[in-house]
Design a protein around this ligand. Structure first.
Ligand code: HEC
Length: 124
């Protein structure tokens, strides 16, 4: 009986525990979501160091997207990762220049990139 329970546990762990790669991917995504939230808080509190901190987290985690394999789209993840990093840099630069419209355009463009990829992989 104990053997059966043990075996069941082992098998269900194999079925339900994601692969290390999948777990890392989910962690990267959750970090990105947190980072975007920090950047937005920084806008609202007019707190440059908060924005800079969010941007740093955003860039660090966006780089990890490069290794994603998106079915049917060679190099897509890589180019999107680079674009997000570059947009993140632009946000801080435009914030320092007090260019609200550019800051918000870049923020929205990043969100657009997040959701565009999600629409490909999971319909939203
Ligand atoms: C190139 C594709 C791609 C881009 C770009 C992308 N994601 Fe994702 N995202 C994924 C994939 C794939 C998953 C599903 C991960 C899984 O379930 O294995 C996902 C899932 C998520 C999740 C859900 C994680 C969970 O706990 O289930 C969040 C949150 C998320 N992404 C945030 C973001 C944010 C924020 C951005 C933009 C800054 C972003 N993603 C950009 C591919 C992408």
């Amino acid at each position: 009986m104990r053997k059966i329970i043990l075996l069941t546990t082992v098998v269900s762990n194999m079925v339900f525990a994601g692969s290390a790669e999948e777990n890392a991917r989910i962690q990267t995504m959750q970090n990105l979501e947190t980072a975007l939230g920090i950047v937005q808080q920084g806008f609202m509190y007019n707190n440059r160091s908060m924005i800079a901190n969010g941007i740093k987290k955003l860039k660090y985690n966006a780089s990890d997207i490069q290794s994603f394999k998106i079915p049917g789209k060679t190099d897509y993840a890589q180019s999107e990762a680079k674009a997000i990093v570059s947009l993140a840099d632009t946000i801080l630069k435009d914030f320092d220049a007090r260019d609200k419209d550019k800051v918000l355009d870049s923020y929205k463009e990043i969100q657009n990139k997040c959701i565009t990829c999600h629409i490909i992989v999971r319909k939203w």
